[in-house]
Design a protein around this ligand. Structure first.
Ligand SMILES: CC(C)(COP(=O)(O)OP(=O)(O)OC[C@H]1O[C@@H](n2cnc3c(N)ncnc32)[C@H](O)[C@@H]1OP(=O)(O)O)[C@@H](O)C(=O)NCCC(=O)NCCS
Length: 342
């Protein structure tokens, strides 16, 4: 008979204990991005809801932005770096296949050899990582998990590409997940549709690029991120209502119980459509950080959460629906209690 292997038990309940963000210092107007794509401030505002976004400078890296956001999250949670025993970094723009960004970020934060790894689930990465963090604490694999969503999309976007150049931007958001007296992170509803993997993608893989260099030398064109905007828009606007409703249902709540909805800041029109089809109650705040942050992919949900709390539209203890979606295509949604935030 096989030897009996012991199993751990963790916290009965988990919650987001703290939140921090890093917004790059340089604010970029629509006029600045409009030139190379023959667009205009008016077109960008009406089609995407974006007024300004932030582009990271050279010294604002995946690592430095993550560390900045994480320090804020640890401080607001009142948790010391050494208490964190797992770090999950959600990103699609750490441009090194190996090693992952998380171990170095953990070291820079002064952590004591935690488990540390990256998650690649496009714009849905933060909500995937949050779900994993909560489950790790509940089964006792970890006590405190730092979850970071970070992107430097300006490194992957062609500034002359009309469907991406005005949309994507840079930033980082982080939360600490740990034990709590009552459940503050609902069950995740997540999934993917690989038949749509072409809709948001890197346009050539590295081997294709190296072959192109061999063939064309300096005329080789580097890989860029591409998006079939209309296909993504249709999918997001019409397929995600059920995901949102299932997440609320699995949390044992109804949409009337929601104080806030914090969707991935993909496009202002998608956010509006989602809120409308869900028939959110009047008192429910709707995150609209895209106006000032653009689409920051895996960073957008924690950044939007911080904006709602900072501008007073939401308060700690409020019940919020998170939903994120993007490359894969992939999606994840859960209901959370908003953290104490200073
Ligand atoms: C990118 C997006 C804003 C484009 O809007 P759209 O309404 O689908 O635009 P279309 O590509 O159908 O083009 C409509 C018109 O605008 C023009 N256009 C396209 N991009 C433009 C730009 N950047 N500036 C000005 N005009 C533009 C097109 O040429 C077209 O003109 P025409 O009607 O004279 O032919 C929209 O598809 C979108 O936001 N999709 C979802 C993206 C998303 O959320 N991605 C994130 C998922 S993580």
């Amino acid at each position: 008979m096989a030897a009996r292997i012991a199993q751990t038990t963790g916290a009965a309940h988990t919650a987001i204990l703290g939140l921090g963000v890093y917004r790059p210092t340089r604010i970029v107007t629509n006029d600045e991005v409009a030139g190379p794509i023959d667009s205009s401030d008016e077109w960008i505002r009406t089609r995407s809801g974006i007024k300004t976004r932030r582009f990271a400078g050279e010294s604002e890296t995946i690592h430095s932005m993550s560390v900045g956001a994480a320090r804020g999250a640890l401080e607001s949670a009142g948790i010391a770096a050494e208490q964190v025993d797992c770090v999950i970094v959600a990103t699609s723009t750490h441009l090194l296949l190996t090693p992952a960004a998380a171990p170095q970020i953990a070291t820079e934060l002064g952590m004591n050899a935690p488990a540390a790894f990256d998650v690649s689930a496009g714009c849905a990465g933060f909500c995937h990582a949050l779900a994993m963090a909560s489950d790790l604490v509940r089964v006792g694999t970890a006590n405190h998990v730092l979850v970071v969503g970070v992107e430097k999309l300006t490194n992957t976007i062609n500034p002359t590409d009309r469907s991406t150049a005005f949309l994507f931007a840079d930033g980082a958001g982080a939360v600490v997940v740990g034990p709590a007296e009552q459940q503050g992170i609902g069950p995740v509803v997540w999934g993917s549709d690989g038949t749509q993997s072409h809709a948001i993608r890197q346009d050539k893989d590295w081997m294709e690029f190296f072959a192109e260099i061999d063939e064309k030398g300096l005329d080789a064109v580097r890989p860029y991120m591409r998006m079939e905007g209309t296909a993504v828009f249709r999918w997001a606007a019409h397929s995600l209502e059920k995901v949102c409703r299932d997440a609320v249902d699995r949390a044992g709540l109804s949409t009337d119980d929601l104080d806030a909805m914090i969707p991935h800041q993909a496009n202002g029109r998608i956010i509006e459509i989602m809120a409308r089809v869900l028939e959110l109650p009047e008192h429910c705040a709707l995150a609209n950080d895209i106006e000032e942050a653009g689409n920051t992919s895996a960073a957008s949900v924690p950044l939007a959460m911080e904006a709602l709390l900072r501008n007073g539209e939401s308060k700690p203890g409020d019940t919020a629906l998170l939903i994120a979606f993007g490359a894969g295509l992939s999606y994840a949604a859960q209901v959370v209690t908003l953290p104490d935030w200073r």
